[in-house]
Design a protein around this ligand. Structure first.
Ligand code: GDP
Ligand code: MG
Length: 440
């Protein structure tokens, strides 16, 4: 998917003003790329018609860089389908928090149980795993292995009790967690190769009996076009509060994610990316969208910034941005490097969504740099690293030292914080909000 879209956008990026046929051609390519990636047809149709409508609208016409604006729109719409914000696990008000896993056989539930347990332990929780998959002969044992790898106990039915009742095991498991004061219970359940009524009923009964705070539907990202039918069946049969995409380390990168998120309206909470217990991460819609698009905006920014200062420096800044360590020192350094080159305008002009900045750019005042320098240079190294240190008396001292007013200092700090926030968003591949930002 990524390569294909990247090709399309590369073509777009070299164009100036866009005609309706440019937009149509691009939308056609996006459509083909998404279908190739096994995104379901309905989702593709809806997606491309939204993109087309917006791409032909005013925001693109008036944009500084129309092609880039289209890329932005595609990115925004992808993020929106993928759930917008990152969604965290919901914990119960009174422990234990019950998390039930559901999904087809082989989807990655048992593996996820171990990953999730390990992740939760790291965050200071004390999870208990519950083996409610009594379908496969080896299932209980598999969970025990995973549990010991994660360093987490497993509640399993007594051996020699015949087949056992998975609903009872789940219930008893939650009871056991309460007794032993585990604050989270993760219930592993059985799956079938295909959706079947009996399995669905069993899962629904486990849900009823344990009243989970989260029901996580685990789905293999490589499942392709079957993703939609499977997700719908589980939504109707058991219903779930969130989705876990497994096997994202494989080839199919975005298709299932888009389809499932769009069709069920449920957030994707985690991504599983390998067989090891550490191959697991919280799901970030914006990062997934960038991965699908394969063109984090930050790359563009770096590309262009190279014209103003050297590549190494740009990479360093980008790294810092990504790690959220962009400090006033960096701010100052960037400014000094850009000074005189008249490049600040250029750089800001390239920030996605900077169309609205145009006017402010035109009013840009070089003297601002001199004033900013004076203020930052009156700060201690610690203050430049961390603007949170800047209390009233420090601000007064800085104002005096730089021959400026406290208001000037306040304004600079505020602008820096806005810029840092905006750049952080860009670094993560998102769309920056630029609330009335003055020149940097
Ligand atoms: P379950 O039937 O839903 O419990 O699925 P399992 O957890 O037993 O996983 C089925 C197979 O998929 C196992 O061989 C796992 O090692 C493998 N698996 C699970 N998650 C991932 C993943 O994220 N990436 C890869 N490559 N393999 C996975
Ligand atoms: Mg299993």
């Amino acid at each position: 998917l990524s390569d294909r879209l990247a090709e399309t956008f590369k073509h777009l990026r070299t164009k100036g003003k866009l005609s309706a046929s440019d937009v149509d051609g691009t939308v056609r390519e996006i459509r083909r790329a998404l279908l190739d990636a096994d995104v379901s047809l309905d989702v593709v149709k809806q997606f491309t018609s939204t993109v087309r409508e917006r791409a032909l609208g005013d925001e693109v016409n008036k944009a500084l860089n129309p092609a880039q604006q289209v890329v932005q729109i595609v990115n925004e719409e992808l993020v929106a389908i993928l759930g917008g914000q990152q969604r965290r696990l919901q914990f119960a008000k009174t422990a234990p928090t019950v998390i039930m896993l559901a999904g087809l056989q082989g989807a990655g539930k048992t593996t996820l149980a171990g990953k999730l347990a390990k992740h939760l332990v790291k965050e200071g929780h004390t999870p208990l795993l519950v083996a409610s998959d009594l379908q496969r002969p080896n299932a209980v044992n598999q969970l025990q292995v995973v549990g010991s790898q994660a360093g987490v106990p497993v509640y399993a039915p007594e051996p020699g009790n015949g087949v056992g009742d998975p609903v009872k095991v789940a219930k008893d498991g939650v009871e056991q967690a309460r007794r032993a004061q585990h604050d989270v219970v993760i219930i592993d359940t059985a799956g079938r190769l295909g959706v079947d009524a009996e399995m669905m009923k069993q899962a629904a009964n486990i849900r009823k009996a344990t009243n989970p705070d989260e029901v996580l539907f685990v789905i293999d990202a490589m499942i392709g076009q079957d993703a939609v039918a499977t997700a719908k069946a589980f939504q109707e049969g058991v219903d779930f509060t969130g989705v876990v995409l497994s096997k994202l380390d494989g080839d199919a990168r975005g298709g299932a994610a888009l389809s499932v998120a769009s069709v069920t309206g449920r957030p994707i909470i985690f991504a599983s990316t390998g067989e090891g217990l550490d191959d697991f991460e919280p799901f970030h819609p914006d990062r997934m969208a960038s991965r699908i698009l394969d063109l984090g905006d930050i790359l563009t920014l770096i590309e262009q910034a190279q014209q103003a200062f050297d590549e190494e420096e740009a990479l360093k800044v980008a790294e810092k941005l990504a790690k959220e360590q962009f400090t006033l020192d960096d701010f100052l350094k960037q400014m000094q490097q850009l000074r005189g080159a008249g490049s600040i305008k250029k750089m800001l002009g390239m920030l996605p969504g900077a169309g609205g900045l145009r006017q402010q750019l035109d009013q840009f005042d070089e003297r601002e740099i001199v004033r900013t320098e004076a203020i930052i240079q009156s700060m201690t190294p610690a203050e430049r690293q961390n603007t949170k240190l800047l209390n009233g008396s420090r601000r007064l001292r800085i104002a005096k030292g730089s021959g400026m007013t406290v208001t000037d200092v306040n304004q600079l700090v505020q602008r820096f914080e806005q810029a840092a926030k905006m750049m952080k968003t860009v670094a993560r591949g998102g769309v920056p909000q630029i609330p009335g930002m003055g020149p940097i």
